[in-house]
Design a protein around this ligand. Structure first.
Ligand SMILES: Cc1cc2nc3c(=O)[nH]c(=O)nc-3n(C[C@H](O)[C@H](O)[C@H](O)COP(=O)(O)OP(=O)(O)OC[C@H]3O[C@@H](n4cnc5c(N)ncnc54)[C@H](O)[C@@H]3O)c2cc1C
Length: 431
């Protein structure tokens, strides 16, 4: 898909008047409590009352009453000496669709004027692995106005076939025509897995598409594996503020959809000469009925930082103590021809703009060299940089967690160590 709203450009769009009813309205379903009391067995001892973390059990006379605030957590069940509390777990519902009708792994391809985006190639690498595990084909989905020239690059990175749709309405990414086209093809060909990049465009596209075709979506996955027995895609991603890694499966619906951030998966080796099949698809799109149109592209200010593509990143954290001290970081970055990154603490303090933030809620980076200065190494920061080839950490605290992932650790005051390093490198590199 043609990238829009990337780091460098912001699409200006207008929304036409009228109801937007195509995305399904979902009604909230309230569950009836499954915890019940066998009144004949209840002795009114009250042993269960204090075990409820939600205060949902009260003693009324000689019998316990379950209040509406019961969450069915089951914490009380074992506390009843006369086994009067019974929790009936609902049986898992069966598949919502015929799972066996779905096959192949699809990558939704993002591109720009320079060609196929890095994240699409990275997804082809992971997709190839998944397709081989599933014993199926790896397909690329390319939507745009004039995009046939991209397919050789996709085949060279592992795709077996490419579905290509060319239409004037797909010239620039817009949610409605892209979702309508992709949904038509997914309904027709029934892929088992669909992967998209967690870019600005990919995030918008994936969410709307998953809602349209009524399936689940796991965003920002850091790991994707196949469970051989069930053929389910096991999607790993950080949860609860990055404190746990959750494994999510979409058991009842197909396709299984995930987004993955750039630089999370490895770029596959190019296989020149690897050929694939081009499948040209026709779709009927009525531009009149789409709610948005792109009027112009406006270059976004302050978005010149391209952390994702930098080979060297020098990052500063709260240890810098003052926004003016980012100068120390900038000088080292300049000598190394690298980009400046930051921890969220430095960004939240207003010392540096958000596009510099590395981590779970910032950018995921994978440079050849990452230098972390005055950064403690919180799990949310590590989530965005720990796959860098070489990590150098400068921190005055020898127990800082950043040293656990560092290739080289410098226990020192950054205000002494970093300028010294900059000076040495300047001389060594003749800058
Ligand atoms: C949901 C969620 C998402 C988050 N997302 C992100 C994210 O994307 N990116 C991110 O970075 N954080 C993120 N965080 C915040 C994260 O938990 C940490 O709070 C943050 O990374 C800490 O930044 P820091 O290391 O700069 O600061 P601190 O943890 O305060 O560490 C400062 C470090 O500097 C060292 N230091 C101090 N003075 C010097 C000196 N003179 N010389 C050398 N070392 C010195 C100290 O020893 C210390 O280790 C997130 C948190 C949550 C809950």
């Amino acid at each position: 898909m043609a990238a829009a709203g990337t780091a460098a450009v912001r699409a200006v769009a207008v929304r036409a008047a009228g109801p937007r009813s195509r995305l399904k309205q979902r009604t909230k379903r309230y569950r009836l409590p499954n915890l019940r009391l066998d009144e004949e067995n209840c002795t009114g001892c009250g042993a269960c009352v204090d075990t409820c973390p939600f205060g949902a059990l009260v003693l009324e006379g000689a019998v316990v009453r379950i209040l509406d605030s019961c969450t069915d957590c089951g914490a009380c069940v074992g506390s009843c000496p006369s086994e009067a509390l019974i929790l009936e777990r609902p049986k898992a519902a069966g598949p919502a669709v015929d799972l066996s009708a779905y096959k192949d792994v699809w990558i939704v391809v993002e591109y720009d004027r320079k060609g196929v985006s890095h994240v699409a190639l990275e997804l082809l690498g992971k997709g190839r692995e998944l397709a081989d595990r599933l014993g199926c084909r790896l397909a690329a989905l390319v939507l745009g106005e004039s995009v046939s020239h991209l397919t050789d690059e996709l085949f060279a990175h592992g795709a077996d076939l490419a579905y290509v749709v060319e239409h004037a309405a797909l010239k620039k990414y817009r949610t409605d025509p892209y979702v309508e086209t992709a949904a038509q093809l997914i309904r027709k060909h029934k892929p088992e897995v669909v992967l998209l990049g967690a870019t600005t465009t990919g995030r918008d596209f994936a969410g709307a598409l998953a809602a349209e075709i009524d399936t689940g979506l796991t965003a920002d996955c850091t790991g994707l594996e196949i469970d051989a027995a069930s053929r389910n895609l096991v999607q790993t991603r950080p949860a609860f503020g990055g404190n746990i890694m959750a494994q999510i499966v979409c058991k009842r619906h197909r396709p299984q959809m995930s987004t993955v951030r750039p630089k999370v998966m490895e770029l596959p080796k190019r296989r020149d000469g690897h050929k694939g099949q081009v499948v040209k698809e026709e779709v009927a799109l009525d531009d009149e009925k789409f709610l948005t149109k792109v009027l112009e592209f406006v270059k976004e200010e302050g978005s010149t930082v391209n952390l994702a593509d930098a080979n060297v990143i020098v990052s500063g954290g709260r240890g810098l103590q003052d926004p003016a001290n980012f100068k120390v970081i900038e000088e080292l970055a300049k000598v190394l021809g690298g980009a400046v990154g930051a921890s969220r603490a430095a960004v939240d303090a207003g010392w540096i703009a958000y596009p510099h933030q590395v981590g779970q809620t910032g950018k995921t980076v994978r440079p050849k060299l990452y230098i972390a200065c005055g950064i403690s190494g919180a799990i949310q920061h590590l989530a965005g940089m720990q796959t860098s080839d070489i990590i150098v950490a400068v921190n005055k605290d020898p127990d800082a967690p950043i040293f656990k992932v560092a290739t080289f650790g410098v226990v020192a005051d950054l205000f002494q160590a970093v300028p010294l390093l900059t000076e040495k490198l300047r001389k060594r590199l003749g800058k």
